[in-house]
Design a protein around this ligand. Structure first.
Ligand code: UDX
Length: 439
């Protein structure tokens, strides 16, 4: 199959290279000439494990190429994927669809034969209808089917998620488009990945439903963590105890500093917006958004509490700045709320992140960036583990404690066994782990 991928950002690039790896001929398009130039030279615009090797292999095999010329990519394509960004519009949760509509317009003008246009970008319910109208007007001569095919990729595990998905959702009632999409994803059927055909609007809502549910699940365990802390229970065991119930499931029950990233915060807001426009109240999602926002800043209080309440003049060592490990993405990272709150209260911050330093430097002025975890701990009054990079899972706590002004660890990801931390001579504060002697 010949496939055009419009938008070579995170989703477009990962999807494009994986589809090429399935054996399709894929052309990835982007308006940003420097990005295309970099990709052609084998330099990745994002950090994603395994991506560079997979790109190199597929380029060498002649199945994957990069261009700024949308006409070239779309001409003769069997399927054209739209994977451009849908950022939140300023002043509200509305998704900004201008890139999606502009892409649809350009695709319409470039089409040379009947084609299936697939929306991969996360778009509010009903966007597929608008994309279809734009395409029809731009291209009255050829038959164009518009399909919603949401992605469920986690940053840091995106290639694995693409190649071994829990499910593939294809929203279209058009049998020809269903046949093309079946062909696109056929290589996945050997893994028995289920393909779910639905209506287009249903597919669009599945994506928002999944993200809002996961965000709610995390927020639920985070609130339970607050309660566990004050009643003297251990939320990690509560999570295990409830997660073993199949109806609940063990995943996404790790209490922490609040969810961040490019999807959950943006998609929950966009879903609320859709609901408001339809005069429906989604009270649980609204509460999730509010609780998560409050939580991120509240983590600064938690750090202050570990220091006896006062942050003025205190030095905070921070391990991890990105919203999660395995990525250099800083979008809506908890660090963006926690760090300013620490600085406002008079603390100084010294931080280390294995991949996010470059991005973080511009977004978090006023903190000093360190080259190693040991540097971030040196002379600190408290060490805060904020992102659970593997590198931080087996720190030499004995050695770190000796270099700190006060050996206190605030483990916002519950990575460490409190008794091991205590043996290393450090005071331990986790999330939702009350007085563990009574838990
Ligand atoms: C998410 C969805 O998982 C993915 O399906 C969708 O397509 C895009 O959004 P991603 O944003 O890459 O993927 O990250 P994810 O691993 O889901 O984590 C999101 C946030 O939740 C992170 O800030 C993470 O630290 C937090 N989280 C996740 C928790 O705090 N606890 C958990 O148990 C799981």
């Amino acid at each position: 199959m010949k496939i055009a991928m419009i938008g070579s950002g995170y989703v477009g690039l990962v999807s494009g290279v994986c589809l090429a790896d399935f054996g399709h001929r894929v052309v990835c398009v982007d308006k940003d000439a420097s990005k295309i130039e970099a990709l052609r030279a084998g330099r990745m615009p994002i950090y994603e494990p395994g991506l560079d090797t997979l790109v190199a292999t597929n380029v060498a095999a002649g199945r994957l190429s990069f261009t700024t010329d949308i006409n070239d990519a779309v001409a003769g394509a069997d399927a054209v994927f739209i994977a451009v960004g849908t950022p939140s519009r300023r002043g509200g949760g509305h998704a900004d669809l201008s890139y999606v509509f502009a892409a649809a317009e350009e695709i319409g003008q470039a089409v040379t034969k009947p084609v299936v246009v697939v929306t991969k970008s996360t778009v509010p319910v009903g966007t597929g209808d608008r994309v279809e109208t734009i395409l029809r007007e731009a291209c009255p001569d050829h038959e164009i089917a518009v399909v919603s095919n949401p992605e469920f990729l986690r940053e840091g595990a995106a290639i694995e998620d693409f190649k071994q998905p829990d499910r593939i959702v294809v929203g279209t009632d058009d049998p020809r488009a269903q046949a093309v999409m079946t062909e696109v994803y056929r290589p996945l059927f050997v893994n028995q990945s289920p393909i779910l055909f639905t209506g287009r609007r249903t597919a669009e809502l599945i994506k928002y439903g999944a993200n809002a549910f996961l965000a709610t699940k995390i927020t639920f365990i985070n609130e339970l963590a607050d309660l566990a802390e004050s009643v003297g229970a251990d939320v990690t065991q509560v999570a295990r105890g409830i997660g073993l119930d199949d109806r609940i499931g063990p995943r996404f029950l790790n209490a922490g500093p609040g969810y961040g990233g490019s999807c959950f915060p943006k998609d929950t807001l966009a879903l609320l917006q859709t609901a408001e426009e339809s005069d429906v109240s989604l009270r649980i999602v609204a509460a999730t958004v509010e609780a998560n926002d409050l939580r991120k800043r509240a983590m600064a209080d938690k750090i202050a509490d570990a220091l006896g309440g006062d942050l003025a003049g205190k030095r905070v060592g921070l391990l991890g700045l990105t919203f999660k490990p395995g990525t250099d993405d800083m979008r809506d990272a908890p660090s963006l709320a926690i760090v300013p709150a620490l600085l406002e209260r008079g603390a100084s911050v010294q931080a280390f992140d294995p991949e996010g330093m470059e991005q973080a430097r511009a977004m978090l002025p006023g903190i000093s960036m360190c080259d190693t975890a040991a540097d971030a701990a040196r002379d600190a009054d408290v060490l805060v583990l904020l992102t659970e990079w593997d590198l931080f899972r087996a720190l030499d706590l004995h050695a770190l404690a000796r270099t700190m002004a006060r050996p206190i660890l605030v483990d916002l990801r519950n990575v460490y066994d409190p008794s091991i931390v205590a043996r290393a001579g450090m005071t331990y504060h986790g999330v939702g782990r009350g007085d563990l002697s009574k838990a």
